[in-house]
Design a protein around this ligand. Sequence first.
Ligand code: PRP
Length: 186
Amino acid sequence: MSLYLPESVMCNGERFKVFITREEIDARVSLLGEKLDKDFEGKRPIFIGVLNGSYIFLADIMRNVSIPCEVDFMKLSSYGDAKVSSGEVTELKHIDAKLKDRHVILVEDIIDTGLSMKYMIDKMKAMDPASVSVITLLHKKDATLHDVQIDYVGFEIPTKFVLGYGLDYAQEGRNLAQIYVLEEDN
Ligand code: PRP
């Protein structure tokens, strides 16, 4: 089955244009997978995906590493159905795995204000892991208010509203195979 790759899409009544293409995502994910293979060789890392947004990026990243590794998930929400952060993180699902002495790789679809990642890093460190690393598909550098550690970045992007490849607008659009930007933001 071929992927649906439109140049523009409507989502909840607003138009979005393609911003990062399928080819660009694939190339970057492949490179990040190679880096992780080297950096975590012999360490059996555990990837912790931050739901919901990270699930597609996480699946692709894991299929691009060849070292033994594990996965678990934590679910947070700070945006609800809005385009701007509520400023508060709500924990909707905690991880099941024991992280003591493990090499943890936190996986996000996007770091915007940095609030969610700051919350995650603090939570992980309290579990006494061997190391905590952070990988994010997207980083809005100019919007980041919190001083957060970021070890691997897919793409640095401007402060624009983006959609697709796991990222939603009022829960819609996560299934899009490319990353789109709100047209009025262009
Ligand atoms: C999004 C995204 C990150 C967070 C980033 O989650 O997946 O977790 O916001 O923003 P921040 O850096 O300002 O904290 P959201 O709350 O929209 O939930 P979702 O993952 O279910 O879409």
